[in-house]
Write a new protein. Structure first.
Length: 612
């Protein structure tokens, strides 16, 4: 510990500096006068030390120096009060010794003054540091006091605004504090319960619980999250979650208790409702005719219904978790596991088929469909799914596929035979026409051959097609017109074909009807439009409209139709056949003739019930 000299002491000395200096100088004058008139030798000269010592009390080293110098001068002057020849070596030594004493004393005083000045500076530094530390400590204490006040205010606000009941009581159970949450939970105001025992909140049949808890608190123990039944002011009972903590004084002794009670009545009702709902779900799942499973967000199975256990012949513990994978066929396991885990990552519904081992060891085809579960906050909670035995259905599907394949083979054979029979008929007509001399009859035979060939081409196209119920019109029309051009011996360098057909597929009836119309109209073009081996173009267009209708256009840039042409002949089989076929399609026919001829038929596809 550093002892400090009060600064008031030094300040007082500074104020009296002039007085001290005057005393020192006066004393020097007195000693000098006495030494002048009464030479006493060393005795009197030693007294010059006194004014030096007195001057050293002034906190200015220069004053001490000048006082010592003044005393030295007076001492030297006192040598000359008698003639020089009267000086003796004793008096000289005496004066020299006196001067030495004066300056030794002065030097010692100067050193002491320097030490005192240093001590004063140190003292001032210490006082400054103490002042700064005291100010800082006062500021910290003030800040801590503010923080403590804020913490107390915040704690008081928390206690007042808390929805939970916060109750302070003595070790005997007397209520000492009661917040607003307690008023809401129990219905008592603070004025009604302060000073009353805590047992007022307990039902009569549970009063023995209070002393047991207070004994634990008195021993310094905590009572945490104990659910118990308590009573409100109106007498109705509520479920609360109770936490009681001991309140200790500064010496660590228990002086009371603080209780926090949370009303969990609604929570308990919800839990009871959830248990009841889960029980109903399990009962429904166990009585369901399908296998039911549930899994958590970690992909582990948490529930499997009775139907599943009966199917596999295993217990619940043997199936939950990831154990259910052991029953899947080894050829389906990797695919099934990947699809299952991918569904959990995407949190999307999934459906997969795999073979699952039944209790008798037979593997059965299963359709497994799962849907994700989400809580009210949108958090993913896992999956619930159902499984159905598809073995019988798959057997029926395999049987139907075999039957369909057999039917397709039969239909292909039928189309092939029909085509061959039509070709035989066409050949017979060709042989018969060779013996007919009448050109008109021969022409009729030739037209019949062309029509029969058109029908045969349809069956040939169907025979080559993968779909036996529909025909691609682009391929069919291209084959049909090529046959017509060859049948009529058309020179492709003179008469060209411009074909525009949308990607259209017709059923057999519509395709055959449309093909016969094209056959008649193209035949008329080739027979009548280009006389004397003229050149030109035959244009065919089949357009698909967004309203479900179609437009067939057959045109040429030939001579057109004269007024006395074939179309004005009521006995024309071609015109009659085109009209009948267009009516069959519910079509609207338009004919434009001038520089060339254009047929335009707008129709719809025939609608029949699907045939199996």
């Amino acid at each position: 510990m550093i002892m400090t000299i009060p600064s008031s002491f030094f300040l007082g000395m500074i104020r009296n500096s002039y007085s001290i200096l005057g005393v020192a100088l006066a004393l020097i004058a007195v000693i000098g006068a006495v030494d002048w008139w009464l030479p006493l030798g060393l005795t009197i000269t030693s007294l010059y030390v006194v004014p030096v010592l007195i001057a050293s009390r002034i906190p200015y080293p220069r004053i001490t120096f000048w006082v010592a110098a003044t005393a030295s001068c007076v001492t030297i002057l006192d040598l000359f009060h008698s003639p020089l020849y009267a000086l003796t070596w004793v008096s000289a030594v005496n004066r020299a010794f006196a001067l030495m004493v004066i300056w030794v004393t002065a030097l010692l005083c100067l050193r002491r003054q320097r030490d005192e000045a240093e001590l004063l500076r140190i003292n001032e530094d210490i006082e400054q540091q103490v002042h700064e530390r005291t100010s800082a400590l006062a500021a910290v204490n003030q800040e801590l006091e503010v923080l403590r006040a804020e913490a107390v205010s915040e704690l008081v606000a928390i206690v007042k605004s808390s929805d939970d009941a916060i109750i302070g009581m003595t070790l005997t159970g007397m209520i000492q504090s009661w917040n607003g949450g307690a008023e809401r939970v129990y219905g008592y105001s603070a004025e009604e319960v302060l000073g009353r025992p805590i047992s007022v909140l307990c039902p009569p049949n549970r009063l023995d619980e209070v002393p047991m808890m207070l004994d634990r608190i008195a021993r310094g123990e905590h009572v945490r999250n104990v659910e118990m039944v308590q009573r409100r002011k109106k007498g109705d009972r509520i479920d609360v979650s109770l936490t009681i903590s001991p309140v200790k004084d500064s010496d660590g002794c228990v002086m009371g208790a603080s209780a926090i009670a949370r009303d969990v009545t609604v929570k308990k009702r919800i839990e009871a409702a959830l248990r009841e709902s889960e029980a109903r779900f399990r009962m429904m799942a166990d009585t369901a005719p399908v296998m039911v499973w549930m899994a958590g967000p970690d992909t582990h199975i948490t529930f499997i219904n009775r139907r599943w256990l009966e199917f596999t012949g295993r217990t619940m513990q043997e199936e939950i978790g990831d154990n259910w994978f052991t029953g899947i066929h080894v050829d389906d396991l990797d695919r099934c596991r990947k699809s299952y885990l991918d569904a959990f990552r995407s949190e999307q519904p999934f459906s997969l088929e795999y073979r699952l081992r039944r209790h008798d060891g037979e593997y059965r085809w299963i359709m497994d469909a799962g849907v994700p579960l989400f809580d009210e906050d949108g958090r993913f909670g896992g999956y619930i799914g159902t499984c159905m035995d598809l073995t019988e259905r798959k057997d029926m599907e395999d049987q139907l596929r075999r039957m369909l394949k057999e039917k397709e083979s039969l239909l292909r054979e039928v189309h092939h035979r029909v085509k061959n029979n039509l070709q035989v008929i066409s050949s017979l007509l060709n042989l018969q026409s060779a013996s007919i001399k009448d050109p008109v009859v021969n022409q009729l035979f030739r037209e019949c051959q062309v029509r029969i060939t058109s029908i045969a081409l349809l069956h040939e196209t169907l025979h080559r097609s993968h779909d036996l119920s529909h025909i691609k019109m682009g391929e069919y029309i291209r084959t049909l017109t090529g046959h017509l051009f060859r049948s009529y011996g058309v020179d492709p360098t003179l008469i060209t074909l411009d074909l525009t057909v949308d990607d259209v597929e017709f059923d057999i009836d519509t395709g055959l009807t449309c093909g016969l119309i094209i056959d008649e109209l193209v035949s008329n073009c080739l027979k009548h439009a280009f006389v004397d081996h003229g050149s030109g173009t035959v244009r065919i267009a089949l357009l698909d409209h967004v309203d479900g209708t179609f437009t067939l256009r057959v045109s040429d840039d030939g001579i057109g139709i004269p007024k006395d042409g074939v179309l004005n002949n009521p006995d024309s089989l071609g015109l009659e056949l085109v009209s009948l076929l267009a009516e069959k399609l519910d079509g609207h026919t338009e004919l434009t003739s001038g520089f060339g001829t254009e047929w335009r038929i707008r129709f719809q596809q025939l609608h029949y019930s699907e045939r199996v």
